[in-house]
Design a protein around this ligand. Sequence first.
Ligand code: 3HC
Length: 705
Amino acid sequence: MAMKGAVQYEKRTAANGACVAVLTMDSAPVNALSAGVRTGFETRIAEALADAEVKAIVITGAHGCFCAGADISEFASGMSGPPLPVVINTIEASTKPVVAAIDGVALGGGCEVALGCHYRVASTRSQAGLPEVNLGLLPGAGGTQRLPRLIGAAASIDFMCRGAPLKADQAAKVGLFDTVVAGDKAAVLKAAVDFAAEKVGSDIGPRRLSGGTAKAAGVDFAKKRKEYDTLRKGEVAPQAIITCIEASTDREFTEGMKVEGKEFGKLMFGDQSKALQYMFFAERQCAKVPGLEAKPGPLDMCGIVGAGLMGGGIAMCAAEAGMRVVLLDVDPGNLDRGMAVIKKNYARSVDRKSKTQSQVDKIMSLISPSTTYDSLGQCDIVVEAVFENMDLKKKIFQSFDGVCKPGCILATNTSRLNIDTIASATKRPEDVIGCHFFSPANVMKLLENVRGPRSSPRTIATAMAFGQKLKKVTCLVGNCDGFIANRVMGVSGWTGLINGGLLPHQIDQAAESYGMKMGPARMNDLVGLDLFGRERANTGNAKPDTIVTDAMFAANRYGQKNGKGFYKYDDKLRLSRDPEAEALIHSVWKNAGATPKTMSDEEIIDTLYLPVVNEGFKCLEEGMASRPSDIDVCCVFGYNWPRYTGGPMQWASAVGLPKILEKLEAMGEKPSELLKECVKNNWRLNSKAFTARISSAWSGTWSKL
Ligand code: 3HC
């Protein structure tokens, strides 16, 4: 089989007449450093060095970018061909000057290739980054050793531990790029060829970043470790990165490379990196809907009905994506309040310097407030975002019929009502779909598009394109109670634990040690215990599983909003255990016949999250999700499930499905039939047999369209 990717070779004549070899990394779509590219480098560098006519070398990339780094898809299947660190050493050792011509992104191994070159010339649109930390890895091709020698240990720690790329001007400022040139790929390539030709005969020794040691001035490594322990809680890669950078400051390059190699190996074979690599592909795959061939409709103008927090947040996302937005609320007071909240949010962005005033002015100019439905006439998509009342929603959808142009997508942001019932209110149910944003919509990355039984393929395709336009991680899910994220997370074993003898801090501590940003008690306090407590009290719908929460509500303990809930809060919202709350919980237990318990963290985590896994299997069994990774994406982006576990389904895979089944049965849960089928047939979640089984469930619901 032919190897994926290659390095193209051509000769160019520079302005001063010197002949320069141009080596182009060529592996669509992002020139990842596959075995073909690495082998190509070895061959082409040797060719350029052997050719007496060639006086200098330029390295560049095809397909509109320099290089996105190591080929992540090779990690799981095992690598062949020359290792990247060796290839980069070969580039750096060249006796002829080597210049990187960067246009587009130079990321991960791509940035390390650039660091192996003697000079870096980039176009203004270029970016350089070492984002390996986001894959649970570290720059393992000399990046942790060469970069600190170039820009110092202090800047390198933040650059690598944050993993965010630098824009060209910033990269030049820190010394990562030598020159930034205006213009396109042709301009940067010409500039790099001329630059390289001018360096012929100069001493390139000092330009090799493998010499000497890195400057450690002003770095307190222990403090940095602590900082990233908090900033990237639970992740192992940042600490390994700091270990390597520390090594760059006190030992020579080859010794530092040994540290880098050892730390990289530990990360690469660890569970976190496997889960994060899985998430990298899961995030991209969820946008691809199996069986959907329809083309999306236009998306220039968006209408939003309801100027509350959700509606306002969606309006911000759409305007930031460059869409013209009509924000409609029939109550002028609500509309004014909604617009004021949006303005306040943007004023904060300007204060924090995440946006400039002129960017904000441009975004605000795209949002038109309105109190009348006829303003929706030109919209390509309208999103209803009023509170959860079926009669009101139906009335709004009837109004859409009269004003929206043919083909306009009619979306509802409901988080729990039946899409089909809402669709029944219109004469065009084929245009109706759920667009379930998560709160706050301008911050949370997930969009669940909920297909109703009558949503047309064009409607689905347009809603998927809408999510991508808004830069959301967008998943298509089925029309079931709670859709995916709320449904699976809604069955977590939290109420069983809090009603059954565990105090809030015991449950939260275990959940947070698993990696949840907030344990369930803290989360309830944040959301507000009055939210559903009041509804239950008004409707008399109290259930045995809400006894503790209802007692909190009855005692006026609403959570953060009034400073007391499961915990007590000071005026800066710092929480502490509250003897009053705990006494109340004890009295509820006593009345219910429960006694205080202690459980290990593992038992608490199993009780909380194994039911989530089980519900995930049920969603697949019913054809409500098209693949396990979509469920993981919904939990990671909708509920902040720790990304480095890969989500509940990937967690279940790592633990092993037979073990999961055994534990669920021991807990008295009714396991999903699909989970039992997997264990019986020894299926893994990435096996062909399992994929075929769930595809048939998914396409079964699809064909009912
Ligand atoms: N390896 C393999 N495939 C990659 C890849 C990589 N490094 N980077 C991107 N791709 C694939 C994506 O999976 C996607 O494939 P698909 O079309 O089949 O879904 C395709 O390229 C396009 O990617 P995006 O959809 O993400 O396109 P964007 O234009 O939105 O973004 C990007 C492009 C900024 C390059 C983004 O893909 C990205 O951030 N890539 C990852 C960069 C990275 O993490 N590099 C480090 C790799 S690890 C490493 O280098 C280790 C080394 O230190 C030894």
